[in-house]
Design a protein around this ligand. Structure first.
Ligand SMILES: [Zn+2]
Ligand SMILES: [Zn+2]
Length: 372
């Protein structure tokens, strides 16, 4: 533990020295309208949740899920309005009426969206209380670690959260990227731009100098698709790594970035970079969106800064003005402070931080949006 704490502290300092350069971007009027509609809905949901939570606690779980979903949609909307996919309201309504849903293609997609929300908010497996390992979601809409829930289903044939009947593993849905069918359901118009995408292209243009290489991180492969289409159009040579790729494909992409002098851009999904990658071939980073938990971003940035990096590195972070992203940054700062605290003090304190943290985070996020 002592060794781990020391390591973590060093890393904190390391990151602090290289705070990303913020690039503020404004929404267009049309984007702002869409965003504000979501924000208003979120405010309403937060009030509902606070009421239910405060009084009986009944229905609070549902309201909280709703709330998490809309926060996801708001963040997606900051990147590109087309990413803000179908709301999962329909699924939630079905779940309220019957205990489990049939796995129609629509329901499957909605369940996967819901699972994604659980993963992104770094929830625990409700059975073993570890971070969601091999996340899956049941047809009753509860997320578990796959090993744990399979065992429970085998023995009890019931969901431990809601007692809904679950016969076997066919009641479990895995995240999208593991099925590799993500592209199939996409009907996005990839020619449409967004304020954030335009800002990104400007950075690329302005910083285009001999020998510089850029990594563009996003937490959404769908956003990488949009960026990729734009790079094609503007004739940039690029390569890409994301969660749908097998290790050899990833290696090939990294090789290209390193060896091919014309290939100057790597599109990378944030999740992938927690795996031990060496990205020192690049010296510039663009963080397209803001991840709730700073540790994942720090890790990604660290891959570029690590030993063996000879060039000066630059980090840009694209943030939409007056949006949930600004609030998320504030929370990140606090999380970094809390991490320091948590690692220097006893475990019990850390648990406290964890349990009281979530709702407070959300309240702060939406309040930050309200002031605007
Ligand atoms: Zn588990
Ligand atoms: Zn359940």
């Amino acid at each position: 533990m002592a060794a781990f704490t020391l390591r973590r502290r060093k890393e904190m300092k390391y990151i602090d020295l290289r705070l990303p350069k913020l690039d503020d971007v404004d929404f267009t009027t049309r984007e702002r309208e869409r965003y504000d509609a979501l924000a208003a809905e979120a405010q309403g949901l937060l009030r509902t949740y606070e009421n239910k939570h405060g009084r009986t606690g009944k229905g609070a779980g549902e309201a909280f899920r709703h709330l998490l979903e809309i926060l996801l949609r708001m963040r997606q909307c900051c990147n590109h309005w087309q990413m803000c996919g179908e709301r999962i309201t329909n699924l939630l309504a079905q779940l309220e009426e019957q205990k489990t849903v049939d796995l129609t293609p629509e329901n499957k997609k909605a369940l996967q969206d819901m699972l994604q929300i659980h993963i992104e908010s770094q929830e625990e497996c409700p059975i073993c209380f570890e971070t969601l390992h091999n996340p899956v979601i049941t047809t009753c809409g509860h997320a578990f670690g796959q090993e744990c829930i399979s065992k429970v289903i085998e023995i009890q044939k019931k969901c431990p959260m809601c007692r809904a009947e679950l016969n076997d593993d066919t009641c479990l849905v895995a995240p999208q990227h593991d099925c590799g069918d993500e592209k199939a359901d996409d009907e996005m118009d990839l020619t449409q731009s967004s304020s954030k995408l335009d800002a990104m292209m400007e950075i690329l243009k302005a910083t285009k100098t001999e020998g510089d290489k850029t990594i563009i991180f996003s937490q959404w492969t769908r956003f990488l698709d949009i960026v990729q289409a734009r790079l094609d159009r503007d004739r940039y040579k690029y390569c890409r790594i994301d969660g749908t790729m097998k290790a050899p494909e990833r290696d090939a992409a990294l090789q290209r970035l390193e060896k091919d002098s014309e290939c100057t851009i790597l599109l990378a999904s944030l999740g992938v970079c927690s795996v031990g990658l060496n990205l020192t071939a690049a010296n510039q980073i663009i963080l397209s969106d803001t991840w709730w938990a700073p540790a994942i971003e720090d890790q990604a940035v660290d891959r570029v800064h690590r030993l063996g990096q000879k060039k000066e590195t630059r980090v840009f972070r694209l943030v939409m003005n007056k949006s949930i992203e600004e609030g998320t940054l504030l929370i990140q700062q606090e999380k970094r402070k809390l991490m320091k605290l948590a690692f220097s003090e006893r475990e019990s304190k850390r648990d406290q931080v964890k349990t009281t943290g979530r709702l407070a985070d959300i309240q702060q996020l939406l309040r930050a949006g309200d002031k605007t």
